[in-house]
Ligand binder design. Structure first.
Ligand code: G6P
Length: 489
């Protein structure tokens, strides 16, 4: 099952995710410029040396014409990427609709807003049909490029239907599926009209992975309660085989962040920021502008803190980086206006002619600026209402070797299970509690800060993205043998 790739023998890994790790901009009828993202998954897979990765996914742009599609396919091939072309209607129903308006809020325990509930219930069937269709389109592309001996790794809630489609094409194909979000309690999952179809499809995979043991347990309970299947400590018995289910907590490429801190452009940013916020403690939030991130609640908690702690009013600043996301989904549009309204009100209330307590940015920062910001921060506020893992908390810790700042972390983020001992854990819905955590963090003695930081830093350094990907892929590669042994026990 190995083949020559010019550098030696390596097995191929087909990584299938909704989005390719590139942003594609059309420059002409048959020319494209591509910007490859250095995000988490990409660096994770660069660390898996035994495999040669190929990416399959949507390029995030609508390309209706054949000339454009051919040119983009060619440009992407150089980056080892293979596109799945989705038309506007499918994107609307599958990505904006079923993925981001139904599965995303449900998996994060955030109900639909009252006014949307009925409309969503009505459009459910057509959105689910588009979801199935889109997953089938991904399966067609995978199948076209699959060669015997390849390992296929499907990612996230967008592609729950994919394992079944792939196994239909080829039951011997080795297929893994990993969920980057929480998997909710079976009581939540069972409200989904397509609850059984999704479970059946995921169970067709050989290995099913989650960030935490709790999410894996919820998945197994959903399979036992909804499908009446047998759960074992290793997974779920399904159609005469064992589908292995396990927790694989993700990490970051910590060395990349640590090394960046010594680079001259990062040092320049650090000096500028220190000068800019001299005499004030810096509090930082970095989130996609998503309802699961709890940004309005965080800002209201900060307001409560300012109300109750007059002494600190001109001595702290909250920098909130809110990266726009899924801007075609109405819920996200409403959230943007809501956050702007709250920030404006609080700055009006506590600001002066020369300073404001909250700097809110609706955009992302480049890697160097982000590292510098992490490094000068005294307190990071990661207060997601729910989050699969949350790697901002990891990135902050990686950049704090000098400062040893405090991490305030939501107990509903997967990261609370790994960084909980070093962070101050909070219930993000309780504004009073978060305000008290801010006061505690600001007054924390340095010995305690150091102890907490050390705990988290050791974890972030030793549980990397590369190790996560390597463990998942090698376990997937071994699943067939494993499953046979386990069922014999
Ligand atoms: C979450 C999901 C990812 C997704 C990312 C960005 O982290 O788990 O699968 O790619 O959000 O969202 P977007 O909708 O822009 O791809």
């Amino acid at each position: 099952c190995e083949r020559q790739d010019g550098k030696g023998f390596r097995q191929r890994l087909l990584v299938v995710a909704n989005r390719l790790p590139v942003s594609a901009i059309r420059k002409g009828e048959d020319s494209w410029s591509l910007d490859i993202s250095a995000g988490g998954l990409v660096s994770a897979l660069l660390g898996v040396k035994e495999f040669e990765a190929r990416w399959i996914g949507w390029a995030g742009v609508n390309v209706p014409d054949e000339i454009g599609q051919k040119a983009l396919t060619k440009a992407l091939a150089e980056k080892r990427c293979i596109p799945v072309f989705l038309d506007e209607e499918i994107v609307h129903q599958y990505y904006n609709g079923y993925c981001n308006n139904i599965l995303w809020p449900l998996f994060h325990y955030i109900g639909l807003p009252q006014e949307d509930r009925l409309a969503t219930t009505r459009s459910f069937q057509s959105q689910f049909a588009a979801y199935e269709k889109a997953n089938q389109m991904f399966a067609d592309v995978v199948n076209k490029h699959y060669e015997e001996g390849d390992v296929v790794w499907c990612h996230d809630y967008h592609l729950m239907f994919l394992p079944k489609c792939l196994k239909k094409y080829n039951s011997k194909m080795k297929v893994g599926w990993f969920l980057h979000t929480p998997f909710p309690s079976s009581e939540i999952h069972r409200t989904l009209p397509s609850r059984s179809e999704l479970l059946h499809s995921v169970l067709a995979a050989d290995l099913v992975g989650f960030h935490t043991y709790d999410y894996a347990r919820h998945f197994v309970s959903a399979c036992t309660r909804i499908l009446g299947l047998e759960g074992t400590p290793y997974g779920v018995e399904y159609q005469g085989k064992l589908t292995r289910v396990a927790a694989f907590p993700i990490g970051i490429d910590s060395e990349r962040f640590i090394r960046a801190l010594d680079l001259p452009p990062v040092q320049d940013h650090i000096n500028e920021l220190k000068e800019r916020f001299k005499g004030r403690k810096v509090m930082l939030g970095v989130d996609r502008l998503d309802m699961i991130k709890g940004i309005p609640q965080k800002i209201l908690a900060f307001e409560k803190f300012l109300e109750e702690n007059a002494y600190w009013r001109d001595k702290v600043v909250l920098l909130q980086i809110a990266v726009p996301t899924r801007t075609d989904v109405p819920e996200y549009q409403k959230l943007t206006s809501q956050v702007h309204e709250i920030v404006g009100r609080i700055n009006g209330r506590f600001g002066s002619l020369t300073t404001v307590p909250i700097h809110h940015l609706d955009r992302s920062l480049d890697f160097h600026a982000l590292c510098a910001l992490y490094a000068v921060t005294d307190i990071a506020l990661v207060t997601s209402l729910r989050d699969g893992m949350n790697l901002v908390s990891y990135e902050f810790v990686a950049c704090q070797e000098k400062k040893k700042g405090v991490l305030i972390l939501s107990e509903f983020a997967g990261a609370a299970q790994s960084l909980g001992a070093g962070a101050i854990l909070v219930n993000p819905w309780n504004i009073t509690e978060v305000a008290a955590a801010i006061a505690r963090a600001l007054n924390m003695p340095s010995a305690e800060r150091e102890k907490r930081h050390k705990h988290n830093f050791l974890h972030v350094k030793s549980h990397t993205a590369q190790e996560w990907a390597g463990t998942f892929v090698s376990e997937l590669n071994d699943t067939v043998i494993e499953a046979k042994l386990r069922t014999r026990q």
